[in-house]
Design a binder for this molecule. Structure first.
Ligand code: BGC
Length: 498
């Protein structure tokens, strides 16, 4: 008798969709299926392709560190090591009401943040999901949309709530724009390139702060854009505001990146900033671009190469394409498609649904890995509900193991990036906290543990001194703190022109 696959239940996906699974007993002999031994043989192959040895990781760390250093010395490098004009850490005593707009890879968020000092704050926010069309239409239209949403938010959360906006006294705004922008001042930023699948024309090479200001004027929003920040910089500052042992911030979400605090003299390419005094500045590494174009250091599989070549930006964001949430589901889907083509999986079944690019959400990997049932009922649910495919237990065990390989590789590569900064800054002996945020870090089971394991593989037991923790809301709270720090800095006469 074939084993029963009867079961039912439901689960809420990160997208908000509810996945219900109801499965009847399916006679496994109905359809031709790969047997257990075949699947185990295939798994061995993928295991060697996706596994990173500690030695390989250390080599990546070395190359990564060199890249970070070159980025600080010379302008226009592939990993641009962007000076952010955020000078030093917050005191924790920053206070006041600030608005924050956060244009991320998936959502637009508008927040009102009240900083109360002593590392405390209050936050009210609204979220809008961005459509795929919005990511590709004229850049100015995208900023118009941000301004319109902000205008409505101000009306309903401040004006209608009885809040007063004094004549001529605009509310200070921090704009979190999570794409690489080269900055000459804190309220300016030229988009170097779109990432994460965005492609809005007439934006690359333009000052996005100026484009947003134009939209704010058009929609008569009573705000002043004080600071343009990256989500990693915001996360660095917000995490330090509540946990002063934070030295590095990382985002593992739709995209991936890191920021840290650097000594001013080490940022050689910055030259002389003129009158003022400060010792440190936050650097937005834009490390997702590591190994772009040349592909010398990262172990890319055939599937990674397909992901890259079929993306809207071939050759770019090489590190990010192996790690971030936008791509992991697609990598796994490409392996499945290869096995379909080889006649190993789903013989006699209609596979068109799973053959559509990007249809396999990275959230499915999390769900598959965390399926607690012996029969892997969750995986049955995913394949029947979304792709109309019947699976055997051997196949489901294979999918679960494959998800683990792809997710583990992402976490271990992430550890390499963190280790490169730790090495460069000499943080290993005394240790440090790394504020981390993003859907992968927050929702993928075991991601943080695997990053920590990776750090021990790289550094030995001292790797335990480097600990990641869930960061405070960088793009909202961090942005507000930076707007406050900028205001205070300028009032104190420190580098007032930047
Ligand atoms: C962007 C970064 C951003 C990261 C995380 C990357 O694609 O280039 O600016 O920090 O995603 O959101």
């Amino acid at each position: 008798m074939p084993s029963s696959r009867r079961g039912s239940g439901s689960v809420v996906l990160p997208s908000g969709q509810t996945l219900a699974y109801h499965t009847r007993t399916q006679d496994e002999e109905d359809l031709p299926h790969a047997n257990k031994k075949t699947m185990a043989d295939h798994l061995r192959k993928y295991d060697s392709l996706f596994t990173l040895t500690p030695q390989r990781m250390r080599m990546i760390v070395e190359a990564f560190r060199d890249t970070l250093e070159t980025g600080l010395q010379k302008k226009c490098q592939i990993v641009p090591m962007i000076p952010t004009f955020v000078f030093g850490w917050p005191t924790g005593e920053e206070k006041g009401d600030f608005l924050a707009v956060d244009l991320g890879g998936t959502n637009l968020r508008v927040c009102l943040v009240t900083l109360q000092g002593e590392g405390k704050f209050e936050l009210t926010q609204s979220k809008y999901r961005l459509t795929e069309e919005q990511k590709q239409e004229e850049g100015q239209k995208l900023f118009d949309f941000c301004a319109e949403c902000l205008g409505n938010f101000v009306k309903s959360n401040i004006v209608s709530a009885g809040g007063k906006i004094e004549e001529g006294k605009n509310i200070p705004l921090g704009f979190t724009f999570s794409y690489p922008c080269s900055q000459e001042r804190i309220d300016h930023g030229e988009l170097i390139r779109w990432t994460k699948g965005f492609g809005a024309p007439n934006t690359e090479g333009h000052d996005v702060a100026a484009m947003f200001r134009e939209a704010l004027v058009k929609y008569e929003v009573p705000v002043t854009l004080e600071a343009l920040i990256n989500d990693t910089t915001g996360t660095l500052i917000a995490s330090h505001y509540v946990n002063p042992s934070t030295k590095i911030a990382v985002i593992f979400g739709t995209g991936c990146n890191a920021a840290y605090m650097e000594k001013l003299p080490a940022i050689e390419k910055l030259g002389n900033l003129g009158e003022g005094s400060a010792d440190e500045m936050a650097i937005n590494c834009e490390w997702g671009a590591f190994d772009s174009f040349e592909h010398e250091h990262l172990p890319r599989t055939t599937y990674d190469i397909i992901v890259d070549e079929t993306s809207n930006k071939p050759g770019e964001q090489s590190f990010e394409k192996l790690i971030s949430g936008r791509y992991l589901g697609e990598i796994l889907r490409l392996v499945i498609c290869e096995l379909i083509d080889e006649g190993v999986l789903f013989l006699g079944q209609n596979t068109y649904k799973i053959e559509i690019p990007y249809v396999f959400d990275t959230a499915f990997l999390s769900l598959m890995e965390s399926d607690p049932t012996d029969e892997l009922l969750m995986i049955i649910g995913i394949f029947t509900h979304f792709f109309a495919l019947e699976t055997t237990l051997a196949e489901r065990q294979f999918f679960k193991a494959l998800a683990k390989l792809v997710g583990r590789r992402a976490a271990r590569l992430s550890a390499c990036g963190i280790a490169a900064i730790v090495n460069k800054m000499g943080y290993l002996e005394d240790g440090c906290s790394v504020g981390a945020d993003g859907s992968l870090y927050n929702k993928y089971p075991g991601f943080a543990d695997r990053v920590h394991e990776g750090l021990v593989d790289i550094f030995g037991l001292k790797g335990k001194n480097i600990v990641t923790h869930h960061a405070e809301d960088g793009s909202g709270v961090g942005s507000a703190i930076i707007a406050a720090m900028t205001k205070n800095r300028k009032e104190a006469g420190i580098f007032v022109n930047v």
